[in-house]
Design a protein around this ligand. Sequence first.
Ligand code: SAH
Length: 224
Amino acid sequence: MGAGPLDDTRFVGYRRKLIEDIRARGIDDLETLQYFDRVPRHLFLPEGVRPRAYEDAPIPIGFGQTASQPSLQAYYLSLLQPQRTEKVLEIGTGSGFLTALLALCSDRVYSVERVRELSVRARVALDAMAVQNVALMVGDGTIGWKKYQPFNVIVVSAGGPSIPSALVDQLADGGRMLIPVGGRDSQELVHVRKTGFLVTEDVVKDDVTFVPLLGQFAWKAEGG
Ligand code: SAH
């Protein structure tokens, strides 16, 4: 793509600043911070909001959706610690930014998004970064992705009223998941861990705000 956005040096300084902002929020896991240095977030955002790509803020990406706040995504990575041998399921590809981060730290990422246009855009950005270990699907992530189960790590980037049981079923032994659970406007972040037949759920953060998880085992899409 010639002198594409990857070559855009304007953003390098902003990216360093973002990493400082993430550290200031208490995330000091070096590996996690290095992943943020390697993924150009502006590539994953629509033209109009690119100047804001390195703010530690949720950014609108169209279709009523937002790219999540980077420090919250850093928290996901530092808590879940996906390993290079592990398989990850992501629900809510959105911009594809977290997908790219997950692709760097794991063996393979399977990511489901309900809005086709977002999935297509995410693919374009992932291709621009030459990311090859990501499979994208358009569909309802509340039923998981049975074909490729079990997953060592599941990340859910939208909030529902409860934890869809298919996601717990599709967790591997030793698997862990982060999912926002609660009301439409505010949720708690729940850390689910599976060891053998034992499943534990711990609230690790109060009062987080994600876009609604819409689907068969979450909020209904029509009628608000
Ligand atoms: N990590 C992404 C977050 C995007 S917002 C980013 O930083 O860009 C959450 C996304 O979840 C939205 O794109 C929304 O369309 C999607 N979503 C909501 N419910 C879904 C479902 N049941 N299955 C798959 N994707 C869903």
